[in-house]
Design a protein around this ligand. Structure first.
Ligand SMILES: NC(=O)C1=CN([C@@H]2O[C@H](COP(=O)(O)OP(=O)(O)OC[C@H]3O[C@@H](n4cnc5c(N)ncnc54)[C@H](OP(=O)(O)O)[C@@H]3O)[C@@H](O)[C@H]2O)C=CC1
Ligand SMILES: CC(=O)[C@@H](O)[C@H](O)COP(=O)(O)O
Ligand SMILES: [Mn+2]
Length: 385
C-alpha cells in the first residue's frame, strides 16, 4: 500500500521538492490532499499531475480560480478551516508540514491529533510552541520526522544511539548571503543581495533568516525540542560549503556527521521513507572534486539573532514565541522594502526586552504572545521611519 500524503504548503520550495520525490516513487507515495496560499497556477498544475482528492487555498477567490480549472471530483476549500481539513484528511497517513511561519502551528497540531505521521519542515511550529507540539505527538504516539537538513542529519547520526552517550550536537551554518560582510557593510544590505543564498534555493523568508542567522537560532530551538537536549549541548559551527549537514559528538570522543550535496530532496525523502532508504536522482557527493571543507566559529557579536535565539530558548515560556513572531513581521517588512536589514535584529531585540514571559504557556497564551509581538514589531517599525 502506498503512503498517502497530504502536503501543507505544496506550492513552496519544500512542497515542490516533496512532489518531486513523490513523482520518483509512484508505487510508494500517493498524494491525497494539497494546501497552499495564493499560487493558483502552480496549484492547478500540481492537481493535474498528482490528482489529489482535496485542495485548500488561502482565500475563497483563490479557491474559486482553482475550482474552474481542475476536474469536478476534486474538492476545493479555503481559509484556516481548509488547512485543517487537509491536515486531518481521513485517507492521509502522512502529512508534510511545510507552510512558512507560525501559520503552520494549528494545522500541524491537527495532523498530530488525527494520528498522522508528520514530516516537519516548518521549524517555526516548534519555536513558537515546542512543548505543546512534542507533548501532543508523544500523547498521540505519532513520529515527528525532521525534514530540516540539519535535523535530518542529526536524526541520522543518532540512529540507534543511547541518549546518555550524546555529549553535544554541532549544527552547521552556511553563514548565509552576507557571511563575508562586516557589520558596517550590512548597513547597505539590499533585499536582492540578501536573497542570494550561497548554497540553497529556498523560500524568501528562510533565505533572509539565513542571512541574519536567525535561521540557525530557530534551528537550535528546533533541535532542543526534537532531540530533547538542553541548549548547553547544542552548538553552532560555521561551515561555508553546506556539505556536512550537522554532527553529533559522543562521550567516547567519536563524532558522527551526515554529508551530502545540498539538495532538500534527500532529507525530505528520508523523512518519508524512514527507516528505509530509497534510490533518489540527485547530484552525488564528490569529495575529491570538493577538496576541502572549512569551519569557523559562529560569533554572537557578528550574529546577534543567534545570540537572541539562545537567550530566548534558555529563558523559555513565551520568549521563543515572541522571538519568532517579531522576526516574522520584521522579515516581511524587509522583503517589502519597509525596513532595513539591520532593523530586523533591532525589532526582535526590542520585542524580547519588552515582553513579560509566561511560563509553560497554553495555546491561548501562545496566541496572545504572538499577537502582542506582531503588534509591537509593527509599531516599532512605524516609529522608526
Ligand atoms: N526551502 C527549504 O529548503 C527549507 C525550508 N525549511 C522550512 O520549511 C518551511 C517552508 O519553507 P519554504 O518551502 O522555503 O517556504 P516557501 O515560502 O517557499 O513556501 C511556503 C508555502 O506555504 C504556503 N503558505 C504560506 N502562508 C500560507 C497561509 N497563510 N496559508 C496557506 N498557505 C500558506 C505558500 O503558498 P503560496 O506560495 O501558494 O502562497 C507555500 O506553498 C519554513 O518553515 C522553512 O523554514 C527548512 C529547511 C529547508
Ligand atoms: C536547507 C536548510 O535546511 C536550510 O534551513 C539551511 O540550513 C539554510 O542554510 P543556513 O541557515 O545554514 O545558511
Ligand atoms: Mn536548515
Amino acid at each position: 500500500m502506498p503512503e498517502k500524503i497530504a502536503i501543507l504548503g505544496s506550492t513552496g520550495s519544500i512542497g515542490t521538492s516533496t512532489l518531486d520525490v513523490v513523482a520518483q516513487h509512484p508505487d510508494e507515495y500517493q498524494v491525497v490532499a494539497l494546501a497552499a496560499g495564493s499560487n493558483v497556477d502552480k496549484m492547478i498544475e500540481q492537481v493535474k499531475q498528482f490528482r489529489p482528492q482535496l485542495v485548500a487555498m488561502k482565500t475563497k477567490d483563490a479557491a474559486e480560480c482553482v475550482v474552474r480549472e481542475v476536474p469536478s471530483g476534486v474538492t476545493v476549500v479555503w481559509g484556516d478551516e481548509g488547512l485543517l481539513e487537509v491536515a486531518a484528511h481521513p485517507e492521509a497517513t502522512y502529512v508534510v508540514s511545510s507552510l512558512v511561519g507560525s501559520a503552520g502551528l494549528r494545522p500541524t497540531l491537527a495532523a498530530i491529533q488525527a494520528g498522522k505521521k508528520v514530516g516537519l519542515a516548518n521549524k517555526e511550529t516548534l519555536v513558537t510552541a515546542g512543548h505543546i507540539v512534542t507533548a501532543e505527538a508523544k500523547r498521540a504516539g505519532v513520529p515527528l520526522l525532521p525534514i530540516d537538513s540539519e535535523h535530518s542529519a542529526i536524526f541520522q547520526c543518532l540512529n540507534g544511539e543511547h541518549p546518555e552517550d550524546v555529549v553535544r550536537l554541532m549544527v552547521t551554518a552556511s553563514g548565509g548571503s552576507f557571511r563575508d560582510w562586516t557589520r558596517e557593510e550590512l548597513k547597505e544590505a539590499t533585499v536582492e543581495k540578501a536573497l542570494r543564498h550561497p548554497n540553497w534555493a529556498m523560500g524568501a523568508k528562510v533565505t533572509i533568516d539565513s542571512a541574519t542567522m536567525m535561521n540557525k537560532g530557530l534551528e537550535v530551538i528546533e533541535a532542543h525540542w526534537l532531540f530533547d537536549l538542553p541548549y548547553e549541548k547544542i552548538d553552532v559551527i560555521l561551515h561555508p560549503q553546506s556539505i556536512i549537514h550537522s554532527m553529533v559528538e559522543f562521550r567516547d570522543g567519536a563524532v558522527m556527521a551526515q554529508l551530502g550535496t545540498p539538495d532538500m530532496k534527500v532529507p525530505i525523502q528520508y523523512a518519508l521513507s524512514y527507516p528505509r532508504r530509497l534510490p533518489l536522482a540527485t547530484e552525488r557527493l564528490d569529495l575529491l572534486k570538493l577538496a576541502r571543507l572549512d569551519f569557523r566559529p559562529a560569533d554572537f557579536d557578528r550574529y546577534p539573532c543567534l545570540r537572541m535565539a539562545y537567550e530566548a530558548g534558555k529563558a523559555g515560556g513565551t520568549m521563543t514565541t515572541v522571538l519568532n513572531a517579531a522576526n516574522e513581521v520584521a522579515v516581511a517588512a524587509f522583503l517589502k522594502g519597509n525596513c532595513s536589514f539591520l532593523m530586523i535584529e533591532e525589532v526582535v531585540e526590542r520585542a524580547l526586552n519588552a515582553h513579560i514571559p509566561v511560563t509553560n504557556p497554553s495555546l491561548e497564551e501562545i496566541d496572545a504572545a504572538d499577537s502582542w509581538a506582531r503588534q509591537f514589531a509593527s509599531d516599532c517599525m512605524l516609529h522608526s521611519v
